[in-house]
Design a protein around this ligand. Structure first.
Ligand SMILES: [Ca+2]
Length: 114
């Protein structure tokens, strides 16, 4: 499971696990989540309203106590894989070199005084 939610702080009380995806919390689950854990590589976004709107809160690490803005208020949750950094270490490396025919290029300085 990609995220786990609890009805009380410090990962206590009723518990439910959520897979990756968009979840609307039914009447028996809404407005009572107080702590959240996310699996390695995942984040969860909590919303006050049940249609993924309203006050939102990003959980990107285990959170034993949600802040007042969202505590006991979450009504929908999106669980997703963390975005991968654009310059990931294993991405392809391009060699910039004049010897390869690459040319320097220049940006115009348009910060002139009027
Ligand atoms: Ca709510």
């Amino acid at each position: 499971m990609s995220a786990t939610v609890w009805s009380q702080a410090n990962f206590r009380g009723q518990r439910s696990t959520l897979t990756e995806g968009r979840h609307r919390l039914a009447h028996d689950v809404t407005d009572l989540i107080s702590s959240v854990k996310v699996a390695e590589g995942f984040e969860a976004k909590l919303y006050d309203n049940n249609d993924f709107t309203g006050t939102e809160y990003l959980v990107n690490q285990d959170t034993p106590q949600l802040p007042d803005s969202i505590n006991n208020k979450a009504s929908s949750i999106v669980v997703y894989k963390k975005p991968v950094a654009a310059a990931a270490e294993d991405s392809e490396v391009y060699i910039f070199s004049a010897e390869n025919g690459d040319n320097w290029f220049y940006f115009e300085d348009n910060t002139t005084d009027d």
